[in-house]
Design a binder for this molecule. Sequence first.
Ligand code: SF4
Ligand code: SF4
Length: 363
Amino acid sequence: MALVLIEDSPLEKSSIEQKVNRLCAQFLEGRIKADSRVLIKPHLHMAVPCHAAVNTHPLLVASVAKWCLVQGARVRIADFPVFDPVDTIARKGGYVDVLTELDLELKTFLAVDKVDLGGVFGKKPIAREALTSDLVINLPKLKTDTLVGLQMGVANMIGCLAAEERIHSLSQTPFDRTAWSDLLIAVCEAIRPSLTIVDAIVALEGHGPGMAGRPRKLELLVAGSNPYAVDKATAALVGFDPGKLLTCKRAKETGVFNGDLKVLGDFRITTDFARPVKDMAASRKSWTQRERKYFLQRPVADNRLCKLCSACWQSCPVKAISFSTKGIRIDAAKCIRCYQCFGLCPHKALEIKTPLAGRLKGF
Ligand code: SF4
Ligand code: SF4
């Protein structure tokens, strides 16, 4: 049976360090030897201040790194962000100061190896460090996400898949949220992190996973060596039914995780954690162009807020976004409702709306 530990902690360095030391000792004691190569994989979503709660908090990353360094490990901290460069995320996100103290810095994964993920996925480029390190420590941020409901431990591992391949994969699985969840699980299985600690000290509720979400203080860390068990417990903590979250559901259906877990710690359920926009596009795997255009919810730009930063059109898997000096335009017939643009817009210039004809039809 998989063990999940919940620790409560305010957003204070000494408290986070103390709780992290306890969690790491529980799950990793004796597993890290002098010179062990440890990869810490935070969630680096975009270059914004840490109070926006879209990235793993720097204090959690630094506390885990410090514990590993004390054990004698060689530590690397890396991710493959989709759009913003890692050094910009490090600077704006408040990582530089806390990591410089430890003589560490955030890195982008440099090399990839093709790994056969099986089934329909075939060989995909995955960060070599994630595959070859002695241990991988997974540090997701608890966030809402229109595509998968909640982002937690399993979803964070997709950041080890090369960013351009992630975008390409979205275009390969349009509207098929089950296939996307299966890919998240396949990547997680290829890496098998040794420890997952979900950063729910300040989580993101509402219209996540980007700036349209709202920071929500929960003061919790949820940890375990089985990322599926950690996700199941975390989802329940914020009032989501794990049986309805596709990553949890598919992990059980595919036999990756039988669902048995034991939770220790302060299991306080937050019942009013705000949900993301309901993903009506997920109700079917195929939509005609006409249905997409006239009925289905889609990202809509408020060009008064748009700063033409290019994050949306550069990350759109099907090139459905065009731009001019007046702002951006989204081709609703082409858009596959992957919500990448929505999650990556740093200026809250995108929202998800259902056209009137769609609302009348109940979409
Ligand atoms: S809509 Fe947002 S992401 Fe797209 S260009 Fe404008 S500001 Fe950037
Ligand atoms: S416009 Fe946005 S939601 Fe539509 S396919 Fe492109 S990135 Fe995805």
